[in-house]
Ligand binder design. Structure first.
Ligand code: MN
Length: 442
């Protein structure tokens, strides 16, 4: 079941929060993504919130003060404990949809004066707060669903046969590590690892030389499945809570040496950064699009991965941008430089197919699990979602506006990822930022 367009998507709707009506904001009233945030230094636990314009709407205060009315009395009693994981697990994802709808009614232009007066007390400037991870993430899986990325990387190693024979049948993935997932804005220390760039000599244990980013989108599981049961593709979207941006930091030199035969390990699990806001599937409804159009010679998906609605609307049109700002650029006051643009609709597999495939052997997914798409690259050169591809394994250095060049990331480099949806007849919505800066190795 994919959300239908409803009155919350009406592009003419405005909020009394002025900054939410700025045409360039990521967070108009049509978006209202969830987050967890630290309201101040005296606070002992993060709070449930929601982005609106340049403000965070403190849902903890709103619900516990009764702003949303008697329907939320039971939750208000337990608000002390309430985070996204708790609410989704205990009350079900539907309750978050109800909270979002209640916030929508209070934040919209024309809401009753007394509600507006009380709601104003729940707003805090987004600039002044620290975000927290939106969910308690129990497990993290990363897929490999961009055929352009897979073809680029494959052709560096196997020019004649870049795509492995399983690619068009199996959504390829690996189990990542949840403990090292970080929220946007956290610094990343350059990892150590085994490097065997000299094929004639034994490997050496040194700071990573070929540090990279990967532009990805992730989705959170909202409501899992019992171990031993599968999730039919027709029901997959009901288990998907919402989306965020993901940077799957990658140590390419470590990866090249360690990956055979079991795939990525220490090259990936030192850090993964995500954006703090979870854009809901309801907010994304206007931007749904058809699944990847397979070439005439490609196999059809196997039956458990095939569904008519998924084929028609399983894709999502999200514009993705990656920027870099080096230490020197910061010193010289040069704005971040755009490295690439790509789009999530170019993925070979949809998020419903990823989720269904993941659970197809009876593997139990759980609320708060993060499932990422893999690097999202497009067909063209400017659409490559990693530095490995942009610099073609370091052989074609990238030129920056101040004359610096990059093959891979240097200490002091900051990577900033952005995502937004635009469609004629609808309000633009965005994801905010996913940023991280590289610190030197120990
Ligand atoms: Mn990845």
């Amino acid at each position: 079941m994919i959300y239908e367009i409803n009155e919350t998507h009406d592009p003419s709707l405005k909020s009394w929060v002025e900054s939410a009506n700025d045409p360039n904001t990521d967070f108009p009233i049509q978006n209202l993504p969830f987050c967890m945030f630290w309201p101040g230094q005296q606070s002992e636990s993060p709070r449930l919130g929601m982005a609106i314009g340049d403000q965070i709407f403190d849902l903890y205060t709103a619900i516990s003060s009764g702003l949303f009315g008697a329907d939320f009395d039971e939750i208000a009693q337990e608000m002390e404990l309430c985070d996204l994981s708790f609410l989704t697990e205990v009350y079900g994802p539907e309750v978050l949809a109800d909270i979002r709808r209640a916030a929508f009614d209070v934040l919209r232009e024309g809401a009753p004066d007394d509600l507006v007066r009380d709601a104003k007390k729940c707003l805090v400037a987004a600039k002044g707060i620290d975000p927290e991870l939106p969910f308690e993430i129990g497990d993290y899986t990363d897929f490999y669903c961009s055929i352009y990325h897979a073809t680029n990387v494959g052709s560096m190693f196997r020019p004649d046969d870049p795509l492995l024979p399983n690619y068009k049948y199996v959504p390829i993935g690996y189990h990542g590590r949840a403990s090292s997932i970080l929220v946007s804005g956290t610094d990343i220390k350059r990892p150590h690892g085994q490097n065997r760039s000299d094929a004639e000599a034994p490997p050496v244990f040194i700071p990573c030389k070929n540090l990279d980013y990967e532009m990805e989108v992730g989705f959170f599981v909202g409501g899992g499945n019992e171990q031993g049961t599968a999730i039919p593709i027709e029901e997959a979207e009901q288990h998907i809570f919402g989306l965020c941006l993901v940077n799957d930091w990658s140590a390419r030199d470590v990866q090249a040496w360690e990956y055979q035969p079991l795939g990525p390990f220490l090259a990936k699990n030192f850090a993964t950064t995500i954006s703090p806001f979870v854009v809901t599937m309801e907010a994304l409804a206007p931007f749904r699009t058809q699944a990847f159009e397979r070439d005439a010679g490609d196999p059809e998906p196997l039956e458990y991965l095939a569904d008519e609605e998924n084929e028609k609307l399983g894709g999502i049109d999200i514009n993705l941008e990656v920027f870099i700002q080096t230490q020197k650029m910061r010193d010289e006051n040069i704005a971040p430089h755009l490295l690439s643009k790509s789009n999530m609709k170019d993925l070979y597999w949809t998020i419903a197919q990823m989720l269904t495939h993941h659970a197809s052997n009876g593997c139990n997914l759980q609320t708060g699990d993060l499932i990422a798409t893999g690097t999202i690259s497009g067909k063209h050169k400017g659409e490559r979602g990693s530095m490995l591809e942009l610099s073609w394994r370091g052989t074609e250095p990238i030129e920056l506006p101040n004359g610096e060049t990059r093959r891979f990331l240097e200490d002091g480099d900051e990577i900033i990822m952005k995502g937004y949806c635009e469609r004629e007849g609808f309000r633009r919505i965005g994801f905010g930022e996913c940023r991280g800066r590289i610190l030197p190795a120990d």
